[in-house]
Ligand binder design. Structure first.
Ligand SMILES: Nc1ncnc2c1ncn2[C@@H]1O[C@H](COP(=O)(O)OP(=O)(O)OP(=O)(O)O)[C@@H](O)[C@H]1O
Ligand SMILES: [Mg+2]
Length: 417
């Protein structure tokens, strides 16, 4: 029997670029049919600062993706970012009172409800609710307790909250560009779906998505998401540092960062110079290349120390056996992997989007991890395989009944537009 095929679209609404991609799902594979890139003109640090500019940037990206894929995009999954995102872990408990002490779907629902029983601050909304694991009478790390026996069931949940207005502005912009929003996905959760293997999530890994406006962090351990955080630091700030430090125009600073900088200034001979235009006068002058690299290194060091602090606060360092995966456009800074290994004291690799069919070489780029990850995330939801969406491959064994309740829950959570 031929496998059912269906279309999916993802829009990564980033601070520096909008990237729309259309994929065709067949079984486990997502074939990329077309993509469209545009400069993001209306966002600051992942949040809408100018609605009309945001809408026109989204439209431009959509139009290109539609042309390339030869398909009209009616609805899409959309990434959300910004400094308002907050991740928090909650524990919920329930007592099993029936004589046979068998855990039913109701017990699981009770534990989940208990974990959710807190007051969401006014003006905020939950955008993700991800089950980490269950504990039964002190036995930790249970993936699916249905049908097991015990007296006390508890569940660990990871919730992601965002300021409602931030989410609504992104949703409005996409709607006004003519597309319905199927669901919103935190940027780093989407990126993780395209760059991580299930083994990395199981063994413990940190995703660091260095974008233009923000650096988005996601920690996975024991197969599920454990911590999420957003740092208000990104590649645009590094460009600004260069522009200020060398008194250069922003566009030139951006090019210098990509073409002449390394985060390892000690590797640059002290006599090496670069030509820079002086902002205001337009005068050309030479400055030390080492100075450029020192400016870049200082900000990157700040970002990496912040990541270290996040890992310490989350008390996960000893669980991260596969180390760090860097992605996002900012991860392409020369020398970054080596420098990061030195600071985080763990193995570091670059994360490129994988697990997709027909990815042309120019699309195999860390800046596109979020957009392609959106398709993988959507695929997991739409094929009712909550396991991948929850970052828990092992949850494939969910019973039919529980699958239905998980699906409903996710449906409600993801249908926020
Ligand atoms: N080769 C490179 N070397 C250094 N930096 C680079 C390179 N290529 C892109 N960048 C930087 O990557 C950043 C953009 O990355 P990306 O496209 O992932 O951001 P975004 O998704 O638009 O932003 P955000 O995720 O913060 O909303 C820019 O600051 C850009 O200067
Ligand atoms: Mg991004």
């Amino acid at each position: 029997m031929a496998k059912k095929k269906w279309l999916l679209a993802g829009i990564d609404v980033g601070t520096t670029k909008i990237f729309t991609t259309v994929g065709e799902v067949e079984g486990e594979t997502v074939q990329i049919l077309g993509s469209g890139w545009s400069t993001s003109r209306g966002l600051k640090k992942g949040m809408v600062a100018n609605l009309s500019e945001t809408i026109s940037s989204i439209r431009e990206s959509l139009q290109k993706a539609e042309e390339e894929s030869q398909h009209t995009i009616d609805s899409a999954y959309v990434s959300v970012g910004g400094g308002h995102l907050r991740g928090l872990n909650r524990i919920g408990k329930t007592q099993v009172r029936n004589a046979d002490q068998e855990i039913s779907a109701e017990h699981i629902a009770e534990a989940l409800n208990d974990a959710r029983s807190f007051e969401v601050p006014e003006g905020w909304q939950i955008i993700h609710e991800l089950t980490q694991s269950f504990t039964l009478d002190g036995q930790e790390g249970i993936v699916d307790p249905l049908g097991m026996s015990g007296r006390t069931l508890s569940v660990n949940l990871h919730l992601v909250l965002n300021a409602s207005a931030v989410v609504q502005n992104i949703v409005n912009a996409v709607n006004k560009a003519g597309v319905l929003v199927n669901g919103v996905v935190m940027q780093q959760l989407a990126s993780a779906e395209s760059i991580l293997s299930p083994d990395e999530k199981e063994l413990g890994v940190v995703v660091i998505d260095i974008g233009g406006g923000t650096t988005d962090v996601a920690v996975y351990r024991h197969g599920s998401i454990w911590h999420t955080e957003v740092l208000p630091l990104g590649g645009s700030l590094i460009t600004k540092d260069i522009a200020i430090g060398l008194k250069a125009p922003l566009l030139e600073a951006e090019n210098l960062k990509k073409e002449s900088a390394t985060v390892l200034p000690a590797s640059v001979p002290p006599e090496e110079v670069i030509e820079v235009t002086e902002v205001g006068t337009g005068r050309r002058r030479t400055v030390s290349r080492q100075l450029l690299c020192q400016i870049v290194q200082a900000r990157v060091e700040e970002i990496l120390h912040s990541v270290n602090r996040i890992m310490q606060d989350a008390e996960v360092q000893s669980d991260l056996t596969t180390g760090v995966v860097l992605t996002g456009g900012g991860s392409l800074l020369d020398g970054l992997v080596e420098f990061a290994e030195d600071i985080v004291q763990m193995p570091v690799r670059l994360g490129y989007p994988v697990n997709l069919v027909s990815l042309e070489s120019h699309l195999f780029h860390p800046a596109y991890s979020t957009a392609f990850g959106l398709l993988r995330y959507a695929h997991a939801i739409q094929s009712n395989d909550m396991a991948t969406a929850l970052g828990e491959e092992r949850r494939r064994s969910l019973s039919k009944e529980k699958r239905r309740s998980e699906r409903m829950k996710n449906w409600i959570l993801e249908r926020i537009s």
